[in-house]
Design a protein around this ligand. Structure first.
Ligand SMILES: O=P(O)(O)OC[C@H]1O[C@](O)(COP(=O)(O)O)[C@@H](O)[C@@H]1O
Length: 400
């Protein structure tokens, strides 16, 4: 799955809120709008914060009564096992520093809650009879697993009840939905509630992927008003990945890890199952430049690939190829059976591309940057190659 491979392709540096209300309307999709809104607010507050911090420092230095400031370099601060940063504490710190606003803090916090709830469902799936098929297909013609349906319910409920989400678009829903006006906020959240759910029955890694966008200013003032404007606003989910304010995924594997970026690097939080808290365990994650390479392509589809892709993948089959652990590339090419590949642009490719770029990697569909692609529909698919820059460049040279 995308999530599991992403983890292998990143080398980690170790320093480092009910019930869903109604849905007011549903709409079909088309082109997107340009956007401002909360993103600008965040930028303004970032700048404002710098000024405030500068002013405070000046007072300390200039005042004759000022106490000497004790300098203790962070790098030398001794950490003990109780010196932990929970996800909540980290979020609050980001808010204080102006990196995110209070509304986004709430949205992210509710996503963390959804990730924890789904984690416990996944872990107990075999026991609770939650493996297997639901017996219906989603809009994309894929058979839904029981856990696809339940995870979607959990994720949606957490978002709807946080009071700060305006629109949600899920892999498991036919169309995006606007959260009931009296109980909604501004943010647009796109998500795959359980990527890799095909693996559930075999207890292989799975997890949600999500991305968060700002809403259009016009939408903010019109939601719940003119239905046609409201409909356009729902269409507003179709934004290029470069508009993402935050993205992340949670991986359910030997441990539960929430990987997140708010556009300022990449970090990860591991779920402490003793306390039920996500704890900061990885900061400033960077894609490895290690020359040993890991590659992840579904070679079961080899015969369906274009010759150019085959030639590229053949170059990866070096003698120690299967022992490669760091760096490398994830690829899901288009093939003879699926002209646009399998993965979905909005809630799989764009968020994962946002994350890999935040870690110094690259991501492409073979042509432009994934983050520059303007989606035309919610469940649009696209090929995906992401990983170490040099490896992505290499596959692009083969595809050219
Ligand atoms: O085994 P396949 O069909 O090639 O698909 C593998 C890919 O499908 C995914 O599981 C996504 O599929 P779903 O969103 O349908 O779960 C990716 O994570 C993974 O890389």
């Amino acid at each position: 799955m995308v999530v599991a491979q992403a983890v292998h392709q990143l080398r980690h540096s170790w320093s480092c809120p009910a019930e869903a209300r109604n849905v007011s309307h549903v709409a079909s999709l088309g082109a997107a709008h340009s956007r401002v809104g909360p993103l600008e607010k965040t930028r303004r507050s970032r700048e404002g914060l710098k000024v405030r911090f500068g002013a405070r420092a000046a007072v300390n230095v200039d005042s004759p009564n000022a106490l000497p400031i004790k300098k203790r370099p962070v790098a030398q601060a001794k950490r003990n096992q109780y010196d932990i940063t929970t996800f909540t504490a980290w979020l609050v710190r980001q808010e204080i520093e102006g990196a995110i606003d209070g509304e986004l803090t709430i949205v992210l916090s509710s996503i963390a809650l959804a990730c924890k709830q789904i984690a416990s469902l996944v872990q107990r799936a075999g026991i609770s009879n939650l493996t297997g098929l639901q017996g219906v297909e989603n809009i994309q013609g894929e058979e839904q697993k029981k856990l696809d349906v339940i995870s979607n319910e959990v994720f949606s409920n957490c978002l709807r009840s946080n009071g700060r989400t305006g629109i949600i678009a899920s892999e498991e829903e036919d169309v995006p939905v606007a959260v009931e006006e009296s109980y909604s906020g501004n943010y647009i959240v796109v998500f795959d509630p359980l990527d890799g759910s095909a693996n559930i029955d075999a207890a292989v890694s799975t997890g949600p992927i999500f991305g968060i966008y700002a809403s259009d200013q016009e939408c903010l003032t019109n939601l719940g008003g003119d239905p046609s404007v409201a409909q356009n606003c729902v269409v507003n989910v179709c934004q290029p990945g470069s508009n993402l304010l935050a993205a992340g995924y949670c991986m359910y594997s030997s441990s539960v890890v929430l990987v997140l970026s708010i556009g300022d690097g990449l970090c990860a939080f591991s779920l402490d199952s003793l306390y039920g808290e996500f704890v900061l365990t990885h900061e400033k994650i960077q894609v490895s430049t290690n020359t040993k390479k890991l590659y992840s392509f579904n070679e079961g589809r080899y015969e369906l690939w274009d010759d150019k892709v085959k030639r590229y993948v053949d170059t990866l089959k070096v003698p120690d190829g299967w022992t490669m652990l760091y760096g490398g590339i994830y690829g899901y090419p288009r093939d003879a059976n699926s002209s646009n590949s399998k993965l979905r642009l909005l809630y799989e490719c764009a968020p994962m591309s946002f994350l890999i770029e935040q870690a110094g990697g690259n991501s492409s569909d073979g042509q432009p940057r994934i983050l520059h692609i303007q989606p035309e529909e919610v469940h649009q698919r696209c090929p995906l190659y992401f990983g170490s820059p040099e490896e992505v460049d290499k596959v692009l040279s083969f595809l050219a």
